[in-house]
Design a protein around this ligand. Structure first.
Ligand SMILES: [Fe+2]
Length: 283
């Protein structure tokens, strides 16, 4: 049976792409963010994942306002990264893991998650940048991937409770897969930020910390007590992206341990967080 080796959740701010392109990792503005990754690189070198499932939200590259699935999953041979108009350089296409995709698709539909299934799917910065941060300097990206997109762009949004259930079912699907692969799960977005309107610049470090702490509990469903509107009130419109962290964390079963955490304000008006979590008994 396949194994979930752990999850890494991290922010996916577009300007990270420019920082990577210009080699600004040691720049005083950027280093507090990039310094959060070397301990996670060390851990990834130990656990050696063979494939990556990424929970992220598309920002209008593949899905737009006239076609916005609540939950979508890729089932393609590759995923093309496209120009989003913010000047982030494109990366070479990301290889798909078709066998894992269809394992997830079939298991999810069998367990009451009626996913939009995309055999042709472009992936934006929310998918690409975290993978480049976790496996720096490798191009094209070396591991096969499965993108899972959760809508945080257009009402109505999936609840944190539903995203937790989706994550649990994805984890069960991986563990039920007749394969010896070691799967890393990544969740991208957040933490607190709002980029527009009267509350532009809104941050909430107290809530962010409480949220990250909650993901270390054996039952990590703390965010499920809040509606989408409550979450937006607390962490800003774009902060709703923390539901990706909930989905990714819920793929893990039983007690967990924190591999590493980093939190820094601000990166592009955003509270930037990174947190790696592994099953307690798995190295
Ligand atoms: Fe985003």
């Amino acid at each position: 049976m396949a194994t979930v080796v752990g999850c890494v959740n991290t922010s996916h701010i577009p300007s990270i792409g420019k920082a990577l392109a210009h080699g600004l990792q040691k720049d005083p503005y950027w280093s507090p963010f990039f310094n959060g990754f070397p301990p996670i690189h060390d851990w990834l070198a130990e656990v050696k994942p063979d494939a990556v499932v990424v929970f992220y939200n598309d920002h209008g590259l593949n899905f737009f306002l006239d076609n916005m699935p609540t939950f979508a999953i890729g089932a393609g041979t590759e995923y093309v990264n496209g120009d989003e108009g913010v000047g982030t350089p494109d990366f070479p296409p990301f290889q798909g893991d078709e066998a894992l995709s269809w394992q997830l698709v079939n298991y999810l539909v069998d367990h009451d998650f009626d996913m939009s299934i995309c055999q042709d799917m472009m992936v934006d910065h929310a998918f690409a940048l975290p993978l480049k941060l976790l496996f720096p300097g490798l191009s094209p990206f070396p591991l096969p991937t499965v993108p899972v997109s959760l809508n945080t762009v257009l009402y109505p949004f999936p609840s944190a409770r539903r995203c937790a259930a989706l994550g649990k079912t994805v984890g069960d699907a991986i563990r039920a897969w007749d394969s010896d692969k070691r799967v890393l799960v990544v969740g991208t977005g957040g933490l607190s930020h709002q980029l527009e309107g009267e509350r532009a610049g809104h941050l909430n470090p107290e809530f962010d910390k409480q949220f990250m702490d909650s993901l270390l509990q054996e039952n990590p469903d703390w965010l499920s007590q809040f509606s989408s509107e409550d979450i937006i009130e607390k962490v800003g419109t774009a902060g709703l992206e923390i539901i990706m962290w909930v989905a990714a964390r819920n793929t893990l079963q039983g007690p967990v341990r924190e591999i590493h955490r980093n939190y820094h304000i601000p990166i592009s008006n955003t509270a930037a967080g990174t947190q790696a979590i592994a099953p307690f008994n798995l190295k």
